[in-house]
Ligand binder design. Structure first.
Ligand code: NAI
Length: 700
């Protein structure tokens, strides 16, 4: 049982002990009910304290039990809370550090609550597409008032205990401890002070009401609808909290449970729960145990102060890690620093960064033109031009000057990391760190593991990624790694759709309606269409057999590189980013069709979405098969954090699972028959075909 039972004089103390955050797993729940029974049976015990060991009171449900029968096994959380309410002796929750989800619901079932300052209090279920399911929506409004409770439930964000304690009329905390250190002692004293109080107070007996009644909930519903991005849970939070004001307590509880159960089966909740787990799983590497020794990273060097070098540098500076930046010329360094300053100053202007913090952050940055100045760095990240010859010179130089044990990383987006490693005599120290642009903003970091990259290097860079607040996903070495290898297939489909009869705006609209932040053509205009053009030209010989629409090349031949040239797939008014459909581009596409002898056809939005998304899925399946990604969840994380895939759909692989892999494969077979498309590509990947045959899914 993951709870300890101890008697201190006339007070029994039940301490949940299930690291790291005392998740309310089955063993913890058993420990709680067992402790309550013991305390009630012991005549010398007059009152009971429930608290948590270590770094939390309780963080709520135990994620290790998610989706397993143990999660629902009796005593479930509702039964534990009923046992607490029914205790004949007063039960005091002694809350500290973290009190969230089921942990807060348990505390709300207790007769009294004493809290340490600095405790993070939250009902975060909405972040998993759910509502609280063990009375949170019914009890929190009774102790904090409808508005504060609803704000907490709809946002899922933590609020500090001392702030909640200041709220007039609040009944959440009966007492605030003077400090976290004195909580245990003060809880014992408080428990003794209420030992003889009868009847025992219960939150369920308090009223829940809002002076404006209906009108308030109507207003709340409108507000929430605007922010919910198509997710059902936030509006359901309003329904549940409203029911606390309209129904008897037990009826409200039944209503909450009904909503909770229904939400559990929505694709949106499935997607959010999947991403929650996938994010945690992405940081683990099967053959790199968690206790793998790590190298110490105290000083970082960045080579190249261009678009990526500057953004990469900011990540480390913001995390308090000193950076030395190297360039070929002083002007390039000056330009790089000016951009970094401009970015930080924008944050200061918006009030997101304090002036003194900004200055302190900038003081961590030094620059040089001399490689010898880098020799003490623990990690060096190269972000120079994307040419193998240039990379070779840089890595040979690094091999010469860097101290033994330094990690040598490349931010290359297409080049072979194994080849780059071979330019050094220490391939075990070389790794790819593929940041995404703008590197100071984008969450995703593809960690490219070379054939010889050391396990300690992998363990170290994964930890560094966490420190600079990136979502790191491990990729094997291949052209484009996980994300760009897949996006190439997506872009190819977008091009074919133009050839066959769609317009850029129709394609963009359809996929944006599906939930993508931006369609492929608006995205191309933002990133610069010349980047893909250069890659296609470079590959013209090595991948000559690859079929693709020539419309993108023709666009670039017209000098329409996108927003930076004021024209791309769309027209742009000077200084503006609004994409205006372009007659010239649409005519160019029509002429191109004529050249190919294609009669345009009407293409449905459904076909557009399927061809773009299933292209990602099929390439994703090949990537899994090739061992470039080790799990489907990693691919989903890449697409959610780096490519604007709608998070309510959980990433391309989970989306395919939810559509049904049989249906996905059937659609691919249909696309194979399209003479304009690439029939070879649409052959379902062997892994996909195997999963269909076995009735399985990518995500188990
Ligand atoms: P950029 O052209 O903006 O910057 C490159 C910088 O490297 C320039 O300031 C240049 O003076 C400097 N440089 C070139 N050779 C050098 C050398 N031998 N020693 C020192 N400095 C040198 O290029 P960008 O966009 O920052 O790309 C850099 C790398 O990052 C490339 O490998 C690129 O593929 C990769 N990348 C680019 C992304 C993007 O969206 N721009 C996204 C992800 C990766």
């Amino acid at each position: 049982m993951s709870a300890e039972y101890k008697v201190h004089g006339d007070v029994a103390v039940i301490t949940m002990n299930n690291p790291p955050v005392n998740g309310l797993g089955h063993a913890t729940r058993l420990g709680l009910t067992d402790g309550l029974a013991k305390a009630n049976a012991d005549a010398s015990v007059k009152s009971i304290v429930i608290t948590g060991a270590g770094k939390a009171f309780s963080g709520g449900a135990d994620i290790k039990e998610f989706g397993t029968p143990k999660a629902l096994a009796e005593p479930n959380l509702l039964s534990v809370i009923i046992a607490v309410e029914n205790s004949a002796k007063p039960v005091v929750a002694a809350i500290h550090s973290v009190c969230m989800g089921g942990g807060l619901e348990l505390a709300l079932g207790c007769h009294y609550r004493i809290a340490a300052p600095g405790t993070n209090v939250a009902l975060p279920e909405v972040k998993l597409g759910l509502i609280p399911g063990a009375g949170g929506t019914q009890r929190l409004p009774r102790v904090l008032g409808v508005e504060t409770a609803l704000n907490m439930i709809v946002s899922g964000e933590p609020v500090k205990s001392e702030l909640l304690a200041q709220q007039p009329g609040q009944k959440l905390f009966d007492k605030m401890a003077s400090s976290p250190e004195s909580l245990a002692e003060e809880a014992l004293a408080f428990a003794r002070s209420v030992a003889d109080v009868r009847p025992l107070p219960l939150v369920r007996n308090l009223p829940s009401k809002h002076p404006l009644g209906d009108a308030y909930f109507q207003f709340a519903r409108n507000m929430v609808k605007g922010m919910a991005k198509g997710l059902p849970a936030p509006e359901k939070c309003v329904d549940a909290v409203e029911s606390s004001t309209l129904k008897k307590f037990d009826d409200g509880m039944a209503y909450e449970r009904e909503i909770f159960t229904a939400l559990m089966f929505t694709p949106e909740s499935r997607a959010l729960r999947h991403l929650f787990m996938a994010e945690r799983a992405a940081s683990k590497i099967a053959d790199v145990p968690e206790d793998t020794p790590q190298r110490e990273i105290k000083q970082v060097a960045v080579i190249g102060a261009g678009t990526m070098g500057g953004g990469i540098t900011m990540n480390f500076l913001s995390a308090g890690i000193p950076v030395k930046m190297l360039e070929m010329k002083q002007e390039a360094l000056d330009k790089g620093i000016a951009t970094i300053r401009k970015n930080y100053e924008a944050q200061v202007k918006k009030g997101k960064l304090k002036q003194d913090k900004y200055e302190k952050t900038m003081s961590l940055l030094t620059t040089t033109l001399d490689y010898n100045d880098l020799k003490d760095a623990d990690l060096v990240i190269e972000a120079v031009f994307e040419e193998m010859g240039v990379k070779q010179k840089v890595f040979e130089k690094l091999d010469e000057v860097m101290k033994p044990g330094a990690i040598l990383a490349s931010n290359t987006s297409t080049l072979d990391v194994n080849k780059i490693a071979s330019f050094t005599k220490r391939p075990q120290d070389v790794v790819g760190l593929h940041f995404f642009s703008p590197a100071n903003v984008m969450k995703l970091l593809e960690v490219v593991r070379g054939a010889k990259t050391g396990k300690d290097v992998m363990a170290t860079v994964m930890a560094v990624a966490k420190k600079i607040r990136k979502t790191a996903v491990v990729s094997g070495v291949c052209d484009g790694f996980i994300g760009n290898r897949m996006i190439e297939q997506y872009s190819r489909q977008a091009g074919f759709l133009l050839d066959e009869g769609a317009t850029p705006q129709q394609v963009d609209k359809a996929i944006e309606k599906f939930g993508f932040a931006m369609g492929p053509f608006r995205m191309g205009d933002l990133a610069g269409n010349d980047i893909g053009w250069a890659i296609r030209k470079r590959r013209a010989t090595e991948r000559a057999d690859m079929k693709y629409s020539r419309t993108a090349d023709k666009l670039c031949e017209l000098g329409r590189f996108g927003q930076k040239t004021g024209a791309g797939w769309y027209d742009y008014k000077e200084g503006k980013r609004d994409a205006i459909p372009s007659e010239l581009v649409n005519k160019m596409i029509e002429d191109h069709r004529k050249e190919l002898g294609i009669t345009p056809r009407k293409i449905s939005d459904e076909e557009i979405v399927q061809r773009l998304v299933f292209a990602l899925v099929n390439e994703g399946a090949h990537i899994l098969e090739d061992g470039i990604a080790s799990k489907a969840g990693d691919i989903d994380m890449v697409y959610i954090t780096g490519y604007g895939f709608p998070f309510s759909r959980g990433g391309p692989m989970l989306y395919a699972d939810q559509v049904g892999l049989f249906n996905v494969a059937q659609a691919m077979k249909r696309f194979q028959k399209n003479p304009r498309d690439d029939a070879n590509f649409w052959e379902p990947a062997p892994l996909l075909a195997k999963l269909v045959a076995e009735g399985k899914t990518f995500n188990g």
